[in-house]
Design a protein around this ligand. Sequence first.
Ligand SMILES: [Zn+2]
Length: 86
Amino acid sequence: MRVFKDDTYEMVIIGRAEAVKIDDLRDWHALRATCVRCGHAGYINACVFRRLYPRYIRLIDTEHRFRCTSCNVRGAVSWMIVKLRR
Ligand SMILES: [Zn+2]
């Protein structure tokens, strides 16, 4: 597992992004959504995400459902899985 440092989160890669399912997320994970268009980024707690979608759904299958709160473009989201810093 590769780990990247950030101010509030540690970036973790738990597998190829295309292959990660909701079921692979743990309570201490969060999702960093980056807008491909404008670069705006936001975080969603994995607990919230797991309540929204069935566990067999892949992360990339949810990308088209999200809208950027900065440039208002829908479906241009790229996910990165991060771990809450202790
Ligand atoms: Zn945007």
